[in-house]
Design a protein around this ligand. Structure first.
Ligand code: SF4
Length: 593
């Protein structure tokens, strides 16, 4: 709530900064509960700008579920931009929670969402701006518990000196259990004893206790899906209602961490998805909804869902957006439904240019399927095609890079045969990052020199093609991602140095200072490239094995060996591959059909 006290304290600062609406809360759809009545107070902290954080689906789930509990409260805080920080520091003021305007110190738990590794230094700065010691060891009984959830907790080591407890796996149930247990123990036990007790909850890893932790799995229901969320005061990155179709992906692409850490597949029923969408769109007033999933057209009832919703919203101006379609399940009907009248561009993700390489990564996608899907799009009015590729993959040869250009030449040839105009093709090319809990977790990453050579090679090849643009992801950024994601506890010192040297909002290109990384490498005698280009031995205990996502290590290793021989694995949707998840976590896949 914006009251006189708040305006007296922060009003002058807010008048001087860009976009003060990022920092005032009170958005339509926010809860704004009575702070004094809540027994347990959770502050959701997103270590990126407001417009990124407020669009995050995980954030909407946790915010909604905690606030639905009568005795609990969840407020929000996002990373302030530099102009705001400057004035906060100059005026000796701390951050505050958006709705209650209370200081972070007044909360029981502060929960950071670790969505990507480049947010680590921002977490530390947000703690400093909250007047909370950055290092866990320096906190006392008066400080809130600092919690972290999200995909990066799949390797807690790099942040283990700063975070008290990590949530491993789905957060729906466990965040509430942690908060309720905390309230029951507060003022009875010391901080250390409380953390030890919290670490007994399934899915909670505490560095202080250092006990191997199994991931937590939530069963998806209508009740644990939001049907409303705060609508930002200005444009955010995704201004639309988001409805989750399914969690997990049984395709098991060998480089994909999201696929492996979110197993088993859990699909929502068609009736639930349709009902949730209608309610969410009605409550928020958005004119667009997105059906979220790692691969939307793998949902067993996707056609029926889209056709029901399309019929319901016909003529209303409310459209659906779908993430990229898989070319082997490509459906023109679905593409038409998702595109509405726009037909701006369609995205297909071959990931690799040759069949050999697609078998290595287990993409289960043929050249013919990619070309047919592309031609089908062009015939039906799409003239902009976007392809995703990854380079630097394990066992890659230069002939696999030739394959990227060959594939596009084949598309052009098929266009000529069909009397079609060439499409405008944009290839978004990223660099392979070896990620924990995947079959490629042991693999080395290409050095910057190796990747630059490959990029130059591809640029030369591309000159043959007139209708193609290549966009390369910054290889240095991918190297840092690999450095942090596979790091051990020693990486925490590196993150601490980054923070001390004012690194902040590093996922924004303009803030990333590679010279600073060089200086810290020298100071700490660490070589980022030595670590990222290292192949882990198959016998060693990997730093991230402290958390258990249920997939058997022997199965991952078997997949790595199959990759070496370019042998594919059938998707889990079709047949169980005994990856270990269902047995180890006593669960099972849930398919809608
Ligand atoms: S054990 Fe089988 S069904 Fe369960 S996630 Fe693994 S492959 Fe899928």
């Amino acid at each position: 709530m914006i009251d006189d006290n708040f305006l007296n304290e922060y009003g002058d600062i807010l008048y001087q900064i860009e976009r003060p609406s990022r920092y005032i809360g009170d958005e339509f759809g926010s809860y704004d509960k009575d702070f004094n009545l809540a027994k347990g107070k959770f502050l959701f902290a997103f270590p990126d700008k407001y417009e990124i954080g407020i669009s995050n689906f995980g954030h909407k789930i946790i915010y909604d579920l905690i606030n639905k509990k009568e005795n609990l409260l969840c407020d929000r805080i996002y990373a302030p931009d530099k102009d705001f920080i400057e004035l906060l520091e100059k005026n000796n003021k701390t951050l505050y929670a958006l709705e209650s305007k209370r200081k972070p110190m007044e909360f029981d738990i502060i929960g950071f969402a670790l969505q990507y590794e480049m947010c680590y230094s921002t977490v530390l700065k947000m703690l400093e701006l909250s007047n909370i010691p950055v290092l866990s060891k320096d906190r006392n009984d008066a400080h809130p518990i600092i919690l972290a959830g999200g995909p990066c907790t799949s390797n807690p080591n790099p942040m283990s000196k700063f975070i008290d407890i990590f949530i491993i796996g789905d957060g729906e149930d466990v965040n509430i259990e942690v908060l309720e247990k905390y309230i029951s123990l507060k003022n009875k036990l010391s901080r250390k004893e409380i953390i030890e007790e919290l670490a007994k909850i399934e899915g909670v890893y505490a560095p202080l206790v250092h006990k191997k932790t199994k991931k937590r799995i939530a069963q998806l229901s209508k009740e644990n899906h939001p049907i409303n969320s705060p609508i930002p005061h200005f444009t955010s990155v995704h201004d639309r209602a988001i409805v989750e179709l399914r969690r997990g992906c049984g395709r098991l692409c060998r480089f994909c961490q999201a696929s492996h850490i979110n197993l088993p597949i859990r699909e929502r029923k068609k009736e639930d998805i349709v009902e949730l969408t209608k309610k969410y769109v009605k409550n928020t007033g958005y004119d667009e909804y997105s059906l979220l999933s790692l691969s939307s057209n793998d949902h067993g009832q996707i056609e029926e869902i889209l056709s029901d919703l399309n019929c319901y919203y016909k003529g209303s101006g409310i459209n659906v957006s779908l993430p990229s379609q898989r070319a082997d399940r490509f459906s023109l009907e679905l593409a038409n439904l998702a595109a509405g009248e726009k037909k701006a561009s369609v995205t297909i993700a071959p990931e690799a240019g040759t069949q050999r390489m697609r078998d290595i990564i287990n993409k289960n996608l043929s050249q013919e399927q990619i070309i047919n899907a592309t031609i089908s799009c062009i015939k039906n009015g799409w003239n902009k095609i976007k392809y995703y590729f990854v380079i630097g993959l394990p066992f890659e040869q230069y002939s696999d890079l030739d394959g990227i250009v060959d594939l596009i030449e084949e598309v052009n040839l098929a266009c000529r045969k069909n009397g079609l105009k060439y499409p405008q093709i944009t290839c978004s090319i990223s660099v392979f990052v070896p990620k924990p809990h995947t079959p490629f977790q042991w693999a080395r990453q290409n050095t910057i020199e190796e990747i630059n050579n490959k990029i130059n090679y591809l640029r030369d090849l591309k000159n043959k093609l007139k209708n193609v643009r290549f966009n390369f992801h910054n290889p240095k950024m991918s190297q840092l991602e690999a450095f942090f994601s596979r790091g051990d506890e020693k990486i925490a010192d590196f993150i601490y140095e980054l923070y001390k040297n004012n690194a902040y909002l590093e996922s924004w290109d303009e803030n990333l200072d590679f010279d600073l990384y060089k200086k810290i490498e020298e100071k700490l005698n660490i070589s980022i490239e030595d670590l990222t280009s290292k192949e882990f031995s198959k016998d060693e205990i990997l730093p991230w094995e402290i958390v258990d996502y249920g997939v058997d290590k022997t199965w991952l290793l078997g997949e790595y060996k199959k990759a070496q021989n370019a042998i594919s694995t059938i998707p889990c949707e079709v047949r169980c591959n005994d990856c270990g998840v269902c047995k180890n976590l006593k669960t099972k896949k849930v398919l809608a059909k």
